[in-house]
Design a protein. Sequence first.
Length: 367
Amino acid sequence: MSLSVTHHVCIKFSELNKPEKKNSSSHLRIKTRVFAASIMTEEVSYIPAAPILLPEGPWHQIPGGVTAAKGFKAAGMYGGLRAVGEKPDLALVTCDVDAISAGAFTTNVVAAAPVLYCKEALNNSTTARAILINAGQANAATGDAGYQDVIECSHTLAELLQLKPGQVLIESTGVIGKRIKKDALLKSLPDLVNLLSPTVQGADSAAVAITTTDLVSKSVAIESEVGGTLVRVGGMGKGSGMIHPNMATMLGVITTDALVTSDVWRKMVRTAVNRSFNQITVDGDTSTNDCVIALASGLSGANQISSLNSSDAEHLQACLDAVCILLSLASHTVSSIKFVLLVSPELNPLDSLQSSLWLKKFISSHF
């Protein structure tokens, strides 16, 4: 069994095009390139952007995060939901067209109101147009009152965007047991909608707004040629303190302009989540609010992907995997001291996964 412990070193922005990774074991070699997550904007004054360890592949990094793919806009602002400070706490991501939707959620039996709402919305429709995310209150363990808050927020935003209520999805993060500060949120929605932008700034502000105790914001986008046409996949994520399979304390939004059928897209997203977010643990806890939503606008102009067995599907899956893995990295969480990668060529994939999760939990509990 080979064990490689990666030491992340501090680097300046001017040095972000240089590899800055040292491995204490030579048994494993992973080629990566270090990039800035995005250009520096005023949001850096609240929280810095995480460097991106982009694996080598048939893609290249581009700016934009969730707004890199065609058809998407984003915004982030302070709406008065946080208990302390004035860091942005409301984020909104929208699509100009009905986007094929997919989601992955917590396996915790105590699922938060927004998780229950999103599950129901995705069961009733294969498309969505907007994702609203708040930080400050998790709206978990809040009963029917918390669920009704989610419904009212989604209906109000849908009216502002001239959409059907079921086309608006909701994610929340923050203190468990606390309902959303609904009055503050509803009052902020018109301003949040007016701030929507397809720019890097829009993506950056949204990525900052979804953080809680995170030390960095996480945003990434890549571009690759799929079937002879350039396709973009981007996303933003947060995860801090508790990250443990499956999907604990993780919020994510993935966007792409690939054209893909609903059944194929949902299977792709599930595969990508299992290869990324569900492989990370920090302290062994699970959360009530884990939610990753993925939207595909289909505006790239590429041919439709309708089978998982096609070469185009394999290419898009690789791009989706790369983005999800980058967003799921736990090296900048509040409890992260060491980042351990466990590899065993002697074990089958399931045994290897169980062994790696046990070791990660052991280290988290004892160091």
